[in-house]
Write a protein of this length. Structure first.
Length: 327
């Protein structure tokens, strides 16, 4: 037996294992998804996502103080309007829920970096991510509305916009619209490889965004496909995306790895609501050790090649980093 090299030598103590770790994690890489809702005095728990809440603007300090204290100072905002219509007009209203939340956070938490979800499903009466022509989404007409949303978010003070609609050509169109409106320094995080996934179920409960008919398979990706994800990310990078995203995360680690190897721009991964809900439910049932599963699953996403992790466990992960349990 060749005894010249034994990998176990580098596993003999906790200090040594920490020193030779290949994957490092940081609070700076975490983004927390936050749901804001029209109204006042609202801080209501989302039934399918234990520990996650919808907040009205006046109640945002309840969560913002916790996030800042934990060292999580990057957010992705999702809005839930009081009224919906066929064209999702509240999404680009200057007094819309996301626009008001942006201004409140900028005024009271200047250290926080705000990314906004740019889509229409939470705002349309039909729940689809674009403008309908009959029962189909009109891709090119939708681009005009997405541009209006992105510009309105930037005007309200968003630091970055993140289109999640999966319309073809939206990144190039949005980049042009932002530049023309004077927001050339506002980056775009593209939901580039966004799969039509059953893991989104709790989010649709949280945001009230389930489609009223049909599904989104005509514009979100078929989960059988790998090469298509590479084509989608290629297109978004060529159109000017500053960051590209794979969504969901845990069932798509192979895609994260390939996208990361292929592109030089930062890669984000979104650990979605279904992933969160499964961990919480299994932990509550006593089937798993929640803390260890949170840490292991997050590291797996970074190990696959993600530079940024969007996760509902951001605060927990920040605490585990402080305690030396991860990183």
């Amino acid at each position: 037996m060749d005894l010249l090299y034994r990998p176990r030598r580098l596993r003999t103590s906790d200090t040594l294992r920490r020193m030779v770790r290949e994957t490092r994690v940081s609070k700076q890489s975490l983004i927390y998804p936050l749901f804001v809702i029209d109204g006042e005095g609202i801080a209501e728990e989302i039934s399918s996502m234990e520990g996650q809440f919808r907040y009205s603007v006046d109640k945002l300090p309840l969560i913002m103080d916790q996030l800042v204290s934990a060292g999580v100072e990057k957010l992705m905002l999702f809005g839930i309007p009081a009224k919906k219509d066929a064209c999702g007009s509240q999404a680009f209203d200057d007094q819309g829920i996301v626009q008001r939340a942006i201004r409140a956070i900028r005024d009271n938490y200047p250290s926080v970096y705000i990314v906004t979800d740019v889509c229409m499903c939470e705002y349309t009466s039909h729940g689809h991510c674009g403008i309908l022509c009959g029962e189909s989404v009109d891709n090119d007409k939708t681009l005009e509305y997405l541009n209006r949303i992105a510009v309105s978010h930037a005007a309200a003070g968003a630091h970055m916009v993140a289109p999640s609609d999966m319309m073809d050509g939206r990144i190039g169109s949005m980049r042009e619209a932002l530049d023309e409106a004077g927001f050339s320094n506002v980056p775009i995080m593209a939901y580039s490889a966004k799969y039509a996934s059953a893991f989104y179920g709790p989010f649709r409960d949280a945001a009230g965004s389930a489609p009223s008919f049909g599904d989104r398979k005509s514009y979100q990706m078929d989960y059988h496909n790998r090469k298509e994800a590479l084509r989608e990310t290629d297109l978004d990078v060529s159109e000017g995306a500053d960051i590209i995203m794979v969504k969901p995360a845990l069932s798509y680690l192979d895609i994260i790895r390939e996208v990361s190897d292929r592109h030089e721009v930062p890669v984000a991964a979104y650990s979605v609501s279904g992933e969160y809900a499964m961990i919480k439910a299994a932990s509550k049932a006593g089937f798993i050790h929640e803390e260890k599963i949170i840490c292991e699953s997050a590291v797996s996403i970074f190990r696959a090649g993600a530079d940024i992790l969007i996760t509902y466990f951001a605060m927990e992960l920040a605490h585990y980093m402080d305690e030396g349990k991860i990183g």
